[in-house]
Design a protein around this ligand. Structure first.
Ligand code: SF4
Length: 197
């Protein structure tokens, strides 16, 4: 089955993983293998996302899983996003449901928490968790932040955008060759994502 989440359009066999290590095929359908399997959960300052003008000096519950469609050699999160260590979380990560994540965020409201940030790895390789959790966070009257490389299709963006209040879309370079040769990405897809956002 073909995955259409990012530019790679991986052909995935049943039970195998795509390049990102986060998506698989079950019963003939491409699904997020990393759904709810968090590698990190922390209450961070909003400036660490980094957002300067979105509720400055507030806190935000930040969650991430494993999996990424890029291979940036300078990645500071590779141990929880795309290294062998990160992929070992497939079998050992603790599961958090969207309901649990939204309720933890609400519990920390008294400590300055404004909502949930989807970050650390590439959240959109597991966009289903972003979508399902962000809806609940909004229902609780809180905010959602997406930190992404922007290597995702417009249809995915349109599915989640109604629930996202702020984004950091990380444009990592300015030439096609930098994207293809250094970080193994696709600059055109990122630019289209930014324009659509
Ligand atoms: S999201 Fe993952 S499985 Fe889907 S096309 Fe991109 S790298 Fe491949």
């Amino acid at each position: 089955m073909k995955c259409h989440v990012c530019f790679r359009k991986c052909d995935i066999e049943d039970g195998k993983l795509g390049f990102c290590g986060a998506r698989t095929v079950k019963d003939g359908v491409v699904v997020a293998d990393n759904y709810g399997k968090l590698t990190s959960i922390a209450l961070d300052p909003i400036e660490k996302k980094p957002l300067k003008r979105f509720y400055p000096e507030s806190m935000i519950l930040s969650v991430g899983s494993y999996g990424c469609s890029l291979r940036c050699p300078f990645c500071q999160n590779h141990e929880i996003s795309w290294s062998d260590v990160a992929f070992s979380y497939k079998n050992r990560a603790e599961y958090y449901s969207p309901q649990e994540i939204a309720s933890i965020a609400k519990r920390y409201e008294s400590q300055g928490n404004i909502g949930v940030a989807f970050t650390y790895n590439e959240p959109l390789v597991g966009y289903e968790l972003v979508r399902d959790t962000a809806k609940l966070v909004h229902a609780n009257g809180m905010k959602n932040v997406l930190v992404t490389s922007g290597n995702a299709s417009i249809s995915i963006l349109r599915e989640i955008a109604p629930f996202i209040d702020a984004m950091n879309i990380d444009l990592k370079g300015f030439t096609d060759s930098y994207y293809t040769d250094v970080i193994k990405g696709n600059r055109r897809m990122v630019m289209d994502f930014i324009v659509e956002a």
